[in-house]
Each structure stands twice: as C-alpha cells, then as structure tokens.
Write a new protein. Structure first.
Length: 240
C-alpha cells in the first residue's frame, strides 16, 4: 500500500501517541522507511502525565519493542528532531512524507526536508480549536469533537488540511472515555490521510486551513464543567 510514497515516523522515544500511530501504520501496511526516536525525557514525562490524567489511566499502548519486533524497519536515535542528522536521514532515504507522532516543536529545516512535507494529526476539526486542549474546548462549546490530518508548518496547527473526521461519542461516555477514544481516533485519521496521500491526485483533497481561533490550556474549573456536562448527558452531538 505504501509503495507509492516513502514515509518515516518521527517521535519521542516512548511517546504514547507515536506508538499508537506506529501500531496503526503497521496494521494497515504503511511501513515506514525508518523510525527516528528522540531522547527527550522531559517531553515524554509531560506526555505520559497528561495522558494518564485525561484518561484515568485507561488508555493503553504497545511498547516500542512490541511495535517493532517483527519489522525490518531501521530505528535511529537523536537528541532532537531539529538536528542535521534528522535532515540528512530524511534525504538519504528520499522520504516523501515525515509523520510527526508526539514530538517537540519542529523547525522549518526539518519540516521542509521531505519531498512533499511533514504531516501530523490535531485533535479537533480544523480550522476550529487550534492550540491546546482542543478536545476540551470543543466539548465546552458543544461542538463536534474530531481530528484533522494536516501538513505541518512552523505556525502551529496552520498547515493545509488533508482530511478530518468527527469522533463518535455515545451517551454515557464520560470525560475519560472521550479522551481515550480521541487519542485512538487520531491514529485512524492518520491512516485516512495516508491513504489519500497515496492517491495519484491527492492534491484535490487538500483544503486551506483558514481562520479558527487559538486556545490555551483549559483551566481546571472549566474542565470540571466539561466533565459535568458529559455526566449529565447534555452534550449536543451524541451518535445515539
């Protein structure tokens, strides 16, 4: 399936998001040309803490060893994905698309290294709810929760949109359930995006990412309101 384009996966070593992406890619035969792991324990620690708090420790993922065990995929290490080593590796493997799966901030030299570009998944239906706490702000404003596969630019969450999808939320889903589903849903949207990018006329799917507001991390008191809304089942976009 991935014969047309060459992909690579960039992620912080141990990243729940990156490992979830890798598992989904392998399941759908999108084998990366290589995986580049950055050793950034501060970013990993924050990511693990955030995922655990948002899901009440209900979101699980396979380890890097399990994900790579039976694959003949080269694995490399770097201190930071903005290194010259990253750029050289992308050029050496003639990578078309670099997939970002739980990385730090990526600078332009890395973004522009692949032939086509770098892509990622944001947990909202862009252009709405750019920035932080996208799931929480979508719920707070009683809008649809979803994810978007998009090209990466130096401006956060501003790259052209490849595809979007709305997350199915059922009555009875609590905040931790929505958050767990949202993490998994990001990998589903990534696969949808990779399938579109492998089409010869993929450019017809691309739309401009225009407008939308940026949001900061939601305060705890508003997160509580979101949790209460889901417990009371007053959310407007249930699928049942």
């Amino acid at each position: 399936m991935s014969d047309t384009l060459r992909f690579c996966l960039l992620m912080v070593e141990g990243s729940p998001i990156g490992l979830t992406y890798l598992k989904a890619m392998v399941e759908h035969s999108f084998y990366p040309s290589f995986v580049l792991l950055s050793t950034q324990p501060d970013i990993l620690e924050l990511s693990l803490k955030t995922v655990a708090e948002r899901t009440d420790n209900t979101f699980t993922w396979t380890s890097a060893g399990e994900s790579l065990r039976d694959l003949s995929v080269p694995v490399y290490y770097t201190k930071n994905h903005n290194s010259e080593f990253t750029v050289d590796l992308i050029h050496r493997y003639e990578i078309d698309i670099a997939i970002l799966g739980g990385t730090g901030i990526i600078k332009n030299k890395t973004i522009q290294a692949p032939k086509i570009g770098a892509i990622g998944v944001h947990p909202s239906i862009l252009p709405d709810y750019k920035g932080c706490s996208a799931v929480e702000w979508s719920l707070y404003h009683n809008d649809r929760v979803g994810s978007t596969c998009h090209f990466i630019t130096e401006e956060v969450d501003a790259g052209d949109i490849i595809c979007t999808g709305a997350l199915p939320i059922k009555r009875g889903d609590l905040y931790r359930d929505v958050r767990r589903k949202a993490y998994q849903f990001q990998s589903e949207i990534l696969i949808k995006g990779l399938k579109l990018l492998n089409e010869p006329d993929y450019k017809r799917h691309i739309i401009k990412n225009v407008g939308g507001d940026y949001y900061k991390t939601m305060p705890d008191e508003l997160v509580k309101e979101v949790k209460d809304m889901l417990e009371k089942q007053t959310y407007k976009h249930y699928i049942d």
